[in-house]
Design a protein around this ligand. Structure first.
Ligand code: ADP
Ligand code: MG
Length: 254
């Protein structure tokens, strides 16, 4: 299986505080990787480094044929860096905890925004694709609604449709169900399960241990900015493993 995304030795500090000490991941096509760990362990920062929403201090990132050594990359001109970053982002979809739909745009407008304005694809083609995506997340009849007219679960499903509209090679999810009322969590997890079943490559920061156990094929346990355990769900959810992982498991329901 080909590697879609690989990151190695990612280091990131905010001022004097080192948040990522040595993070990495390798996602092969079709992998569903769950990234778990205590709050503050660096999961969101790591995810954001993968598409340069945060600039790592050092490390290496490979996106298919596009390889970036961060130390070298940081010496490039701002213009060249932006060009490379935009190329990376064209292939990465991201879904945030707080949905982040544009409030002044309808659901349909949200979904076609990047394909039309960033990718420069024909508007009509994007609308047709968006209608298909909205149908696939159960929102066909909501295309002209504004985010505030939708429930959190609907907004998040819409955000997933938006992330898919650029035909990304990998999808990043940062705790996609954490901001939802409990009764709305499952509708979002079901959409994610469907994506996983259809072969999407996904990296998911989550506290949903049932999802990590049942849907992912790899689990990474992040502790204090580095990986303290990784393996198959069976390995990670066994009684073995580092004490910190066992302790974390007792703090989350599964
Ligand atoms: P997690 O997602 O695992 O909860 P985060 O990656 O959000 O962890 O945060 C890791 C640490 O980095 C936390 O201590 C957080 O306060 C700090 N942090 C995150 N973003 C910033 C930032 N922009 N500036 C300063 N500190 C930050
Ligand atoms: Mg986080």
């Amino acid at each position: 299986m080909s590697i879609v995304l690989s990151a190695r030795g990612i280091v990131k500090s905010f001022g004097a505080k080192t948040v990522l000490r040595d993070m990495g991941v390798t996602a092969h096509r079709g992998d569903v990787i769950a990234l778990i760990g205590a709050s503050g362990s660096g999961k969101s920062t790591f995810l954001r480094c993968l598409n340069f929403l945060e600039m790592p201090d050092s490390g290496e990132l490979d996106f298919g044929n596009d390889q970036i050594d961060v130390a070298t990359f940081r010496k490039l001109s701002a213009r060249e860096r932006n060009r490379r970053i935009n190329a990376v982002r064209r292939n990465i979809g991201m879904v945030f905890q707080s949905f982040n739909l544009w409030s002044s745009k309808t659901l349909l407008e949200n979904v076609i925004e990047a394909p039309v304005h960033v990718h420069g694809r024909p508007r009509q083609e994007c609308i047709e694709q968006a209608e298909g995506l909205l149908a696939s997340v159960g929102l066909a009849s909501f295309r002209d609604y504004y985010p505030k007219q939708l429930s959190g679960g609907q907004q998040q499903r819409g955000a997933i449709a938006r992330a898919l509209a650029i035909n990304p090679s990998v999808l990043l999810f940062d705790e996609p169900t954490s901001a939802l009322d409990p009764e709305l969590v499952n509708e979002v997890l079901q959409v994610m399960q469907k994506l996983a079943d259809s072969g999407s490559t996904m990296l998911v920061v989550t506290h949903e241990m049932a999802f990590a156990r049942n849907v992912s094929n790899k689990v990474i346990f992040c502790e204090n900015g580095s990986i303290s355990a990784s393996g198959t769900p069976t390995e990670i959810f066994s009684k073995e493993g580092p004490a910190a992982l066992r302790k974390f498991m007792t703090t989350v329901s599964h």
